[in-house]
Design a protein around this ligand. Sequence first.
Ligand SMILES: [Zn+2]
Length: 304
Amino acid sequence: MLNTIGFYGNPYTKYATYQEFADSLSETGAEIEDLGVGEDGEKHLYGLKHGDTENKPVFFIDADCHGSEWQSSHFSKEFMRRIVNREYHNKPLMDAIVNTFAFYCVVSTNPWGYENNDYLNFNGVNLNRNTDQRWEQATVGEGTINYKGTEPFSELESQIVRDKTYELKPFFAVNVHTTNGEKGGIDTGKVFRDYRSLLLDVYHSCNLSVAKELGGTQEWSVGYSPTFTGFYGNQISKEGTPTIPTILEAQADQTDFDYGLSSLFVLAIYMYYFYKTGVHQIVDIEDVMKIVESDNSHSEQKTK
Ligand SMILES: [Zn+2]
């Protein structure tokens, strides 16, 4: 069993303005891409990139499509910083994961919402209803919290995420939110200070959608309306497999345990194991470490 010290710490102790947040992205050491402006015509969306996205399977993150969930931008940024710097309590595991995947993170897909602490975007659209999956099933609801916009991808922010997805063809994509451990969320409770419990809990609560041909289900986390999770699930990765999507509804409280950050790590471990073995459940971390050992000794031999 691994200890979980590396998972602790809260990277979002205070709200920063969007500009302050954008200026801080260089702290990560990741390559920063300016993805253009959102519907307000002012604030830019940014991508953080690490690794060879053309040749390695891509681990893709989009955060903060609901702008008031701005904490998701902070812990996603922190995840990327630790990935780039291989800052982690278990170096062999980290090395294996970072050697295997390339990482890409759109840190806020709703900068106007971030700045104004607004769930919706500048036009009052719920960006997570502005995709082409199950479009007809969504209620239009202009002026409500589920307003889907005038057509699929009517919003610049949604177009940016869509086009980046088409370009990168991710192996895995996670649509990151924050809630307070409601249904479908991460709510492990602080009693679970043990890696194995956390891992299983994340597995059960993340609603990972694994394509039928890979032995899983294709029930998206939100089955009744358009979502980015659903959109991702309809894509094919550049490896030729259906993109594995999930939604992360992480805790948004500002206590000493950051569920969002830890859950992204757990998802990365999960994806690594799945990519290597085709098995989409981890029951014992030692099974992962066996793969890590042979993987790392293999890559050492290659460099000799
Ligand atoms: Zn949300």
